[in-house]
Design a protein around this ligand. Structure first.
Ligand code: ADP
Ligand code: ADP
Ligand code: ZN
Length: 211
């Protein structure tokens, strides 16, 4: 049983790495950003997108209820990889409470460290597909321009990958999420890795820590 949190600023590669690791160790990849985006055209989705498009966090109460629901599903019994949750101290406290209620615990927190200038370059050229695949125009381009390698779908830019929203997300990250580095360090769960290498190098390093 392995419960792993991937921590890091927007654009650090959490989603990319979580997907690779989840396939490798065969546990579900839980991305709260993906869950919120999949809720579009529902009341939750409408409410959430107002925060998301501005680069603000969606309120803790919504996220905590959402993750509680998700972790109670049977596929999480074998472990999971959390990508984008927790993002605040109250979310981390709630996670501890939820996991202990299920007789589970966090095994490892991997903090992916990437300098700000590189985050901005990565996010401004991020392109995504409805199927969940993520590309980067320079470092990780699709084989055919604008087309998903996996499903043939049309690639698009996320509404919150505009320059204004990205700048705000970095500020929000520093204010709300960065304190979780010390939080998990104090619990003896944290490993920090350098996230500025290639996708392959980083996934190799993460896998070593997980083993
Ligand atoms: P996050 O989930 O942390 O916001 P993503 O996994 O979506 O980050 O990655 C952000 C962007 O950077 C995507 O376009 C992705 O393809 C690209 N990317 C991810 N890892 C790397 C890397 N090691 N080097 C270069 N680009 C990367
Ligand atoms: P990124 O990969 O760029 O970090 P995500 O896909 O993880 O972005 O999240 C996109 C947006 O969804 C966030 O900017 C935020 O508005 C919302 N969101 C996702 N997870 C959380 C969370 N745990 N707490 C609050 N808001 C969240
Ligand atoms: Zn696709």
């Amino acid at each position: 049983m392995t419960n792993i949190i991937l921590l890091g600023p927007p654009g650090s590669g959490k989603g990319t790495q979580a997907k690779l690791l989840a396939e490798r160790i065969r546990v579900p990849h839980i991305s709260t950003g993906d869950i919120l985006r999949a809720a579009k055209e529902t009341e939750l989705g409408d409410r959430a997108s107002e925060y998301m498009n501005r680069g603000e966090l969606v309120p803790d109460s919504i996220l905590i209820a959402m993750i509680e629901d998700r972790l109670a599903k049977p596929d999480c019994a074998s472990g999971c990889i959390l990508d984008g949750y927790p993002r605040t101290i109250p979310q981390a406290d709630a996670l501890n409470r939820i996991l202990s209620g299920l007789d589970l615990r966090i095994d490892l927190v991997i903090n992916i460290d990437v300098p700000d200038d590189r985050l901005i370059t990565r996010l401004s050229a991020r392109r995504v597909c409805e199927c969940g695949a993520t590309y980067q125009l320079t470092f990780n381009p699709p084989q055919a321009k604008g087309v998903c390698d996996l499903c043939g779908g049309a690639l698009y830019q996320r509404d919150d990958d505009t320059e204004e929203s990205v700048q705000n997300r970095l500020l929000v990250y520093k204010r709300e999420t960065q304190p979780l580095i010390d939080y998990y360090e104090n619990l003896g769960l944290l490993t920090t890795i350098d996230g500025s290498g290639s996708i392959k190098e980083i996934s190799g390093e993460i896998y070593e820590h997980v083993q």
